[in-house]
Design a protein around this ligand. Structure first.
Ligand code: GLC
Length: 599
């Protein structure tokens, strides 16, 4: 293991155990293996089954020659979600794959979208909207590199990240997964994340990245998740294609196809965009994976969906279900065998799909080393890793207001009131995609620091810190920090028609103001919210997005150890009666993209 100091932090960079497939003979290796494979073995490589779909029948991996598996956001190997339980589970699945006739290793994927967020004790980074606010691609690359180390520490070599959506309407429940409403900023940050996950090229210590979701997921009408992006091709290309060009230039090895539609046609069946544009015009040589049961949405007939999606250019299909459920992985395999036998899907299409998948597996060095180095497991949640996340938090905070320079607060403050339950709620700090799909409240994971705990650590021992979740009994404090938050959500569960800060949170800020002390409001949210009186009632206002486990990154700036450097990654609406501040250039906005005070 070679240790390379990077920006004052030491990363373990594991030299490749074995020289990865040199590019010169890579295609020869792929074609040599492909030539040995039966149709069943080839189709098995195109299946990605959720771990829950096996329903305990792990031998199905060998029986059906499954090429890939995933853990959907709430598929866990054990209730405690320890790194060890993940390492063991993934190791077991890999053992079954290596029992197949040709011993083709399994490629395991997971939504490591803000750290290795399924695993207890892993570092949880700010969601992409916060990373976008840093405007620092090098930092995003470091964050992704730490995520790769922690993901590999559980034996998993594929992260379904980065999301390179250019979210146009903050009513979309996935706005926080988008770095920005700026195509340029998304392209830059997406490429940086890919570099952090994979390195300069795919090799034996890369974690495969997955640019998602192709294409126009963030441009649907009214921000409806899995909805319809209604626009002409010129707009589609101008707003949403550049991040994928940048991802391909960065060497991304996989791209996930969006649930959404373009002008009424489901992306999973769009041959023009998947094959002609992405693979042809842009020259993408990796493989395309569907979203979770996304092909099922093409039509009411599953076999027709299999035909349409594979012929459109999908190379691997993400299948959440096993035998006993409709549209399961056995049905997919049977249907596709019949479609090939009947000439409905050309053998050449199957060979192209499997060639792409095998190529990536060779580039990842999976054949030489299908398992990762256990030393990586020990580094999950390490102080070095947490230090990178803490810096991401610091640099993601955007100061929107600072009347009379009330910030930074003095550590010598005598009586500090902290108001709002969210101040001591790690789940609200992390948001969705944390341990479970929708996230949760309270101590959702181990090793984190809430904002309240960070405040208690930051001030002097003689400072009195009074915590009042409901804002009552404020006894003449010298300052009040109010933490308000959106409750955690993910995907369509976060779609909203109205985006105003809740009445309860506005009332909490007003109550704090009645104490006559300066009020510092910290908003934990996955997107801009219409603030109305909340902004007026606050002496200082900080957009903290969804910062993750490292609450000390917030107090680093609140108490002046570091300056505010964050700048808004997207426009902030002034009122709520708009389809989107991006849909109507004349719409009144509260703050422009790029706004952010430094003190
Ligand atoms: C989800 C999401 C996608 C995720 C996949 C696997 O529905 O759309 O971003 O990677 O399923 O969890």
């Amino acid at each position: 293991m070679k240790q390379i100091p990077l920006a004052g932090l030491v990363f373990a960079v594991f030299l490749p155990f074995a020289a990865p497939a040199a590019s010169a003979n890579l295609d020869a290796q792929v074609n040599d293996l492909l030539a040995k494979m039966t149709l069943e073995e080839k189709i098995g490589q195109m299946v990605q089954a959720d771990m829950k779909a096996l329903n305990g029948h792990v031998s199905d991996i060998q029986k059906y020659n499954l090429g890939s598996m995933l853990s959907g956001a709430s598929s866990d190997p054990s209730p405690d979600n320890t790194a060890g339980s993940w390492l063991n589970a993934v190791g077991t699945y890999q053992s079954w794959a290596l029992k197949t006739r040709l011993k083709i290793p399994l490629l395991y994927g997971i939504d490591a979208v803000h750290g290795h967020n399924n695993v207890a004790g892993a570092v949880i980074f700010p969601h992409n909207i916060g990373l976008g606010a840093t405007h620092d691609p090098k930092l995003v690359e470091q964050a992704a590199h730490v995520t790769a180390l922690e993901t590999a520490g559980t034996g998993i070599r594929w992260a379904f990240a980065p999301c390179v959506a250019v979210a146009q309407n903050e009513r979309w429940g996935r706005t926080y997964e988008s770095f920005s409403d700026s195509t340029r900023l998304v392209s830059e940050m997406g490429a940086a994340a890919i570099l952090g996950l994979q390195g300069k090229e795919l090799n034996s210590h890369s974690v495969l990245a997955c640019a998602k979701h192709f294409i126009g997921d963030g441009g649907t009408l009214n921000g409806i998740d899995e909805g319809d992006a209604i626009c002409d091709e010129a707009t589609l290309r101008k707003l949403y294609l550049p991040p994928f060009r940048a991802a391909i230039r960065a060497g991304v090895g996989s791209i996930m196809v969006s649930y959404s539609s373009w002008n009424g046609k489901k992306m999973s069946g769009n041959r023009y965009l998947l094959t002609d544009v992405l693979k042809g015009e842009l020259g993408f040589r990796g493989f395309l994976v569907s979203d979770y049961a996304a092909i099922d949405q093409i039509s009411p007939d599953y076999k027709r969906d299999v035909e349409t999606s594979v012929n459109a250019g999908l190379d691997m299909v993400m299948i959440p279900h096993g035998p006993g459920h409709t549209n399961n992985y056995v049905e997919f395999i049977t249907d596709l065998e019949q479609l090939v036998a009947g000439g409905r899907v050309p053998q050449s299409r199957i060979d192209d799909a499997v060639r792409r998948i095998l190529r990536v597996k060779f580039q990842l060095g999976l054949f030489e080393n299908p398992r990762t180095d256990p030393a990586l497991t020990a580094a999950i949640g390490s102080p070095e890793h947490r230090a990178v996340a803490r810096r991401c938090v610091r640099e993601s905070l955007v100061l929107l207001k600072n009347e009379n320079h009330v910030l930074p607060l003095s550590r010598h403050i005598e009586h500090l009131a902290v108001v709002g339950g969210a101040a001591d709620d790690l789940g609200m700090q992390c948001g969705g995609w944390t341990i479970s799909w929708q996230g949760g409240h309270g101590d959702v994971t181990s090793g984190g620091t809430t904002i309240l705990a960070a405040i208690r650590q930051a001030v002097l021992p003689e400072t009195q810190v009074a915590f009042s979740p409901d804002g009552n009994h404020l006894r003449d404090p010298d300052a009040v920090i109010v933490v308000v938050a959106e409750p955690p959500y993910a995907e369509m569960k976060g779609d909203r028609t109205h985006l105003v800060l809740s009445a309860e949170d506005s009332a909490l800020i007003a109550k704090a103001k009645s104490s006559a002390a300066p009020v510092v409001t910290i908003l934990l949210s996955g997107r801009p919210l219409v603030l109305n009186s909340a902004l007026e009632d606050s002496s200082a206002f900080v957009a903290a997005w969804l910062p993750g486990t490292e609450g000390l990154g917030v107090t680093d700036v609140l108490f002046g150890d570091y300056k505010f450097v964050g700048k808004l990654p997207r426009r902030w609406p002034r009122n709520d009666n708009l389809s989107s501040v991006n849909a109507d250039a004349s719409a009144p906005i509260q703050f422009a993209r790029g706004f952010g005070l430094t003190d």
